[in-house]
Design a protein around this ligand. Sequence first.
Ligand code: UD1
Ligand code: UDP
Length: 387
Amino acid sequence: MPRIKVLNIVGARPQIIKASAISRAIRKHFSDAISEVLVHTGQHYDKEMSEVFFDELEIHKPDYNLGAGSASHGKQTSMMITGIEEVIIKEKPNCVILYGDTNSSLAGAIAASKLHCPVVHIEAGLRSFNKTMPEEINRIMCDHASTLLFAPTNAAFKNLMNEGFRPENSPPYTISNPKIYLTGDIMYDNSLYYSELAEKKKSGLLDKLSDKKDGYVLVTIHRDSNTDDPDRLSAILSTIMRLADDSGIHCIMPFHPRTVVSLNTKLKELHRELCKSTKVSIIPPVSYLEMILLEKHCRMIITDSGGVQKESHFFKKPCIVLRKETEWVELVLNGTAKLVDADSKRLKEEFVHFMELNEGLDYPAFYGDGKTAGFILGEILQMFENR
Ligand code: UD1
Ligand code: UDP
């Protein structure tokens, strides 16, 4: 009979992927001690944004799907809060686990903390210092509603200390006496675990792209600051199309649905040109194993995604970041990620720089030893044993 029950909250694509690391560690090392209930808020709902990950990563299907779907921030988040509150009251978990910085994380933080259910935040302490990002507000709120905070990097740990969290706090830990940890990153656990598996699993996608193996650039764009601003999106995509034409290298773009919606509604002419280009392939979102393959075999990555920035490092690929700032500052300091915002000139310069630079880039171990999920679960268990 497991000693404690954890309630995992996921909703967006990267959270399903992250939760799979925790689920796997529970199954492997803690099945006698920890039972898991999985709540999917329904924030992401298209097959390729949600179901595909449950099938591929062998996570058990959600115990609850709240069906929140897409809406304004307030509507979407409030619907999730209501649903999560009901589940917490019914399931009476020992704690709620939140991943990252989405509206699903925020809803979990509000519902759980108001019910005095301890919150565990994985990926705590990350800051862009740009409060116009919805994710920045979500991160701050989640951290300050948490009892156990797992920071994946030195920078994240320091950010927490700068906001008043004290590493010397001693048990019993509570929302008013929280515990902060410096751990690795559970996404690194996943990339190690799935890297070989992805190679073994025949991928139709890579077969189709086989002539481009090692000779393509991988591009993802989904951040609201880029997709919802036609000037920025147009500057980025026109520049990438031109660079692909001039250099002859193919650009493969598995786009989030919101990027395609923006192209279809706000930039129809550019969308037509991109579809006609022989050097650009806009494709639907791919599965995680396919994404790993695309990352492992590409020449470089251009992205505004947080997760994909890190994966560029895991798979030792240079990365151009389509943002003004990043939470993963160690990548920029390391020189393997370059912030270009939506600036055509800087994008071109860094593209040329990384195309010419094949050797000499170093990818130090910033994100732990691949066993972070097990460490986190051990600490959660200890917290309840100390009570
Ligand atoms: C959300 C997170 C973001 C994270 C991203 C991961 C927030 C505020 N943002 O952004 O931090 O990086 O997930 O991918 O929580 N849509 C579909 N099908 C889906 C899901 C979304 O078509 O299955 C479209 C809808 O038009 C929707 C739009 O995408 O309005 C935005 O979806 P939403 O979940 O609100 O935010 P994301 O951009 O996905
Ligand atoms: N990802 C995927 N298929 C895709 C694009 C991304 O499996 O078509 C994975 C990617 O490998 C990473 C995660 O989704 O693990 C990142 O999610 P996303 O970029 O949507 O969000 P962010 O990390 O910026 O919050």
